[in-house]
Design a protein around this ligand. Structure first.
Ligand SMILES: Cc1ncc(COP(=O)(O)O)c(C=O)c1O
Length: 333
């Protein structure tokens, strides 16, 4: 059963299945309790959802943008924030530190160390390249950068290395082996850099990353079609509610959720029991379902993070009952 127009007047709208969300949250907590999980908010962008994670004992959060740090801090969730990204102007983060929040930033160069020190941040992690061609210093360079950070008065809490290139490796054993190899790099760097924190990992390494002291998983709470291809226990909790706006006698139907409501970077979305033909700006075209104009359907996104970021709120539902409406308040930069 899907919520009707009186409960959710405008489509496309994001639905969060409360039971699936709860299952995902508690499943992760059972494997990574307390501070062994530092949930990444980039996937969900909602302080209300973050509050549910904090209530389960995960009081530190991972962020990708200064805006996410600011929003969490304003919501009273700023006791231990990690900006797991390179920031060239840290003054907004410094203001959070001055206001009494704890903010740690990842650094991988002299420039971002300088930005942290001059911007008023006091704590850093050395971000290490563990195989994904993105941010992260050369492993051999990490001790030098750590010394430089300490010389500038920064406290080095430890290291970070995100093995994002392995998250969607479909074969469970291959994923396990490759994650272990990648994390060996991080463990070696950690022994040379010091500190209490080894941060990294995500939904795809939730049960096989044995090196990190804190897992940065984010997508696990809502899940998506791309992660659904792996053998993970998490249930799909996020869908897009759409309204059928046209039914063509030649055999296809059209609903009002197009690429402005759904991220397509990981492939086209799915509709249970139907074949999706394509999405255009405002439309999804499909066949195989017996629908009429005005019917509401559920569309399953392949990539949760950019899908959530396209919407203003999340409707928390139990079947056709709307339990709550959560603003996607951590959007923006
Ligand atoms: C730095 C970092 N850590 C962790 C994650 C893991 O997120 P997820 O659990 O959504 O795969 C990501 C996702 O892109 C990331 O960029």
């Amino acid at each position: 059963l899907l919520p009707g127009a009186s409960a959710i007047p405008v489509t496309p709208a994001l639905l969060v299945d409360n039971a699936a969300l709860e299952f995902n949250l508690t499943t992760m907590t059972s494997r990574r309790p307390g501070t062994a999980l530092r949930p990444h908010v980039k996937a969900t962008k909602s302080t209300d959802l973050a509050r549910r994670q904090a209530a389960l004992g995960h009081v530190g959060f991972t962020c990708a943008t200064p805006r996410e740090c600011e929003g969490l801090a304003a919501a009273g969730l700023g006791s231990d924030l990690l900006l797991a990204n390179q920031v060239v102007d840290c003054r907004r983060l410094g203001r959070l530190v001055d206001a009494g929040h704890r903010v740690t930033v990842a650094v991988d160069s002299e420039a971002t160390i300088e930005a942290a020190a001059s911007g008023g941040v006091r704590e850093v992690l050395i971000d290490v390249d563990v195989g994904m061609p993105r941010c992260g210093c050369e492993p051999d360079d990490a001790p030098r950068l750590a010394d430089l950070a300490r010389d500038k008065g920064l406290s080095v809490r430890g290291v970070m290395g995100y093995e994002g290139h392995l998250m969607h490796e479909a074969d469970t054993e291959t994923r396990r082996t490759k994650v272990a190899e990648s994390m060996e790099i991080l463990a070696t760097v950690h022994s040379n850099v010091g500190g209490d924190v080894v941060s990294g990992g995500g939904t795809g390494s939730w049960d096989n990353n044995e090196v990190v002291t804190e897992l940065q998983a984010g997508s696990y709470s809502l899940m998506d079609g791309d992660y659904g291809r792996l053998e993970l226990p998490f249930r799909r909790a996020l869908s897009v509610l759409a309204t059928v706006i046209s039914v063509n006698p030649k055999g296809w139907a059209v609903a009002d959720a197009g690429l402005k409501a759904l991220a397509l970077d990981s492939g086209p979305p799915t509709i249970d029991g139907a074949s999706v033909w394509f999405c255009s700006d405002e439309h999804i075209v499909f066949s195989g379902l017996d629908v009429r104009v005005g019917d509401r359907i559920q569309v399953w996104p392949m990539h949760v993070d950019p899908t959530v970021a396209k919407h203003e709120n999340l409707w928390l539902v139990d079947g056709d009952t709307v339990l709550d409406s959560w603003p996607v308040d951590l959007r923006g930069w």
